[in-house]
Design a protein around this ligand. Structure first.
Ligand code: GCB
Length: 617
């Protein structure tokens, strides 16, 4: 059996790992799973150790630089050591880890960074998993266990994003918060810069000053401002528009933020700013006061060999394919994506539903809720200034038929709104709502009666003694927009493509009737094996996938005409890796592109629709 704690007991971090035992080469950024020929490494559950020697010039010390170590992400739980001492730890993949290492470095010499990463998922982690222990000695070796989890994509592990060491002056820009607005033809940028100070001795923060220079997208000077907080109004501003909604989508200014201390040391940060507004009510989402219809897909960070590791070529390829499709959006299913991907979305005008790693949650207790809230805080902190982010998704397919989900989601959603009041908040649902249309109509009827009574007499509260119908879904009531995943004629009524339109129209009309909010379909689709053809359509053929989509489109068009259906996202952009299983032939094959990004028939069908929709709106 694996001795999980050996590395800590033997203090592997105290010296280069190669002195503690055999090591292998590993790429960073990358998942470690698919890099070698070793099945045990591919399927490894538990601690994995990385290290790296790096040189730090002594001029950083003479120049009094502050030095920061930043990992874009490491999956799942990581402990970081510097020169043999514990530096920091972080729970959860997909989000950055940072530590000030100024006083811990040896200048003019080599330093050692060691990272221990554990990919084990339990009911307490986000996302959750279970370690299944097999105790029958006649069937399993002693100590045998397996990891299972509530989602279908491979739980790739490793240092998935770049690791940087960077310097700043001792008085440094700590954070920048940007919000934008529109005033007639003018754009309004409100900024708030916070700064930190690592100077030893009495605080000199009173002597710190901020200045701003606003540049247009060609780098030409637009205006300047002084002060760490303020508002800049730009006449005839160029707005940030989504792809195919303007001739110049993804327009961004650069706010050159400068913070200087009493000695004139400058910290500079070029903050990208896209000026746009978002709006939402019970039927509609708007951007810059224009109604939005999302044409997009669910995606994954997933590729051959490197798993979930950042891959610059793949990022450019995927955005090129999104534009080829005529898509204007995607959801970062089912976790926050790399900042390099988010940068491209900002720049290309591709709108993002920014999702937390809370996929398939159940067992809603307070400890999980607090952890979930801090993940949302980290996510908002990272992505708050991005014009591409038009909605936060607190999770995907929670078991929201558990009654505890009601208070749980109300708390997680309200906290997210407190972190960022400027964007709508959703959660992607899958469990059945109350499916009785009569009940939905009843709810709508009462909403009208109550509001009429209140306007007739605003001085008294209004009530009604209810024999409340048993509610089956508890998260939706907290959300601004309702996103639902539905796989008609795939997981249910398999083979019966003819029922899709009816079932989809009924389902989504009911969600709207019940909750009086905009609704959209966040996943639908079918698996297909590229090159497998069958006409009339048959499951797993390219024809079946394409026809299933066309039947869905008929439903979407009918729903759109009702005025509250705000978007469609196919599952999935590309085939992706899953654990081995008899329902997943070589992974999840619902991609409209193969894993190597070649189009299936479905991609051509979607391309035709998305370009037509873009011309229509
Ligand atoms: C879903 C999940 C997604 C799966 C998909 C499927 O509802 O949200 O993660 O991959 O279904 O293909 O089963």
């Amino acid at each position: 059996m694996l001795d999980a704690e050996k590395g800590f007991r033997e203090e592997w971090y105290a010296q280069p790992l190669s002195k503690s035992g055999p090591v292998i080469s590993m790429a960073v950024p990358s998942s470690y799973n698919d890099i070698t020929q070793d099945k045990d490494l591919r399927d490894h559950i538990g601690w994995a150790w990385y290290d790296r020697l790096f040189y730090v010039p002594s001029r950083w010390q003479t120049d009094k630089q502050r030095v920061v170590l930043r990992l874009g992400s490491a999956h799942y739980n990581s402990i970081i050591y510097l020169n043999g001492h514990s530096l920091t730890s972080h729970e959860g993949g997909h989000l950055p880890i940072m530590a000030d290492i100024t006083t811990k470095l040896v200048y003019g010499k080599e330093n050692l960074v060691t990272v221990a990463i554990n990919n084990t998922l339990t009911p307490e982690t986000i996302p959750q998993g279970t370690i299944v222990k097999h105790n029958d000695p006649s069937r399993y070796p002693p100590g045998y266990f397996a990891q299972s989890y509530n989602f279908d994509f491979t739980n790739y592990a490793g240092i998935h994003r770049p690791v940087y060491i960077y310097t700043t002056p001792q008085t440094f820009i700590d954070d920048i918060l940007i919000t934008t607005d529109i005033n007639g033809a003018n754009g309004v940028i409100t900024y708030n810069v916070t700064h930190g100070n690592t100077m030893i001795g009495p605080s000199r923060s009173g002597e710190v000053g901020c200045s701003m220079k606003l540049l247009d997208n060609e780098g030409d000077h637009v205006t300047s401002a002084m002060g760490c907080q303020g508002t800049i109004e730009i006449s005839n501003a160029s707005l940030w528009w989504p792809y195919l909604m303007s001739e110049n989508p993804g327009y961004m200014y650069t706010l050159l933020v400068a913070v200087s201390d009493a000695d004139g040391n400058l910290d500079l940060y070029p903050q990208k700013v896209g000026i746009r507004t978002l709006g939402w009510n019970s039927t509609t989402l708007t951007i810059n006061n224009k109604p939005l219809y999302l044409r997009g897909c669910g995606k994954h960070e997933d590729a051959d060999i490197r798993g979930k590791g950042v891959d610059y070529a793949l990022i450019v390829k995927d955005f090129s394919l999104l534009k080829w499709l005529g898509a204007n959006s995607f959801r970062t299913s089912h976790y926050p994506y790399a900042e390099e991907i988010m940068d491209m979305a900002d720049k290309e005008g591709i709108m993002i539903i920014d999702e937390s790693p809370a996929v398939g949650l159940s067992g809603f207790d307070e400890a999980l809720m607090n952890k979930h809230i801090s993940v949302m805080q980290e996510l908002v902190q990272r992505d708050k200034n991005r014009p591409s982010v038009i909605m936060w998704s607190v999770g995907n397919e929670p078991k929201s038929n558990e009654a505890a989900a009601l208070n749980y989601f109300s708390a997680v959603v309200n906290s997210t709104k407190a972190f960022d009041p400027t964007r709508p908040v959703t959660c992607v649902l899958a469990v059945d709502k109350h499916s009785d249309l009569a009940v939905c109509k009843f709810v709508v009827f009462f909403r009208k009666v109550v509001s009429a009574t209140k306007s007739a007499d605003p001085s008294r509260p209004v009530t009604c003694v209810l024999n409340k119908p048993k509610e089956k879904e508890y998260a939706a009531s907290s959300l601004d927009v309702i996103l639902v995943n539905r796989y008609y004629s795939w997981y249910g009524d398999t083979g019966h493509l003819e029922v899709i339109k009816m079932q989809t129209v009924t389902e989504f009309s009911e969600w709207h009737l019940l909750h009086n909010k905009p609704v959209m379909i966040s996943e639908y689709g079918a698996g297909s094996l590229p090159g497998y053809h069958m006409d009339p359509a048959w499951t797993w053929s390219e024809e079946y996938q394409a026809e299933l989509m066309i039947r869905n489109f008929e439903a979407f068009d009918e729903l759109r005409s009702k005025g509250y259906f705000v978007g469609e996202m196919i599952w999935n952009f590309a085939d992706f890796s899953t654990p081995q299983g008899h329902t997943r032939p070589g992974g999840n094959r619902k991609g409209i592109f193969t894993r190597s990004r070649q189009p299936k028939m479905a991609a051509h069908v979607l391309r035709y629709r998305y370009h037509n929709l873009a011309n229509d709106t």
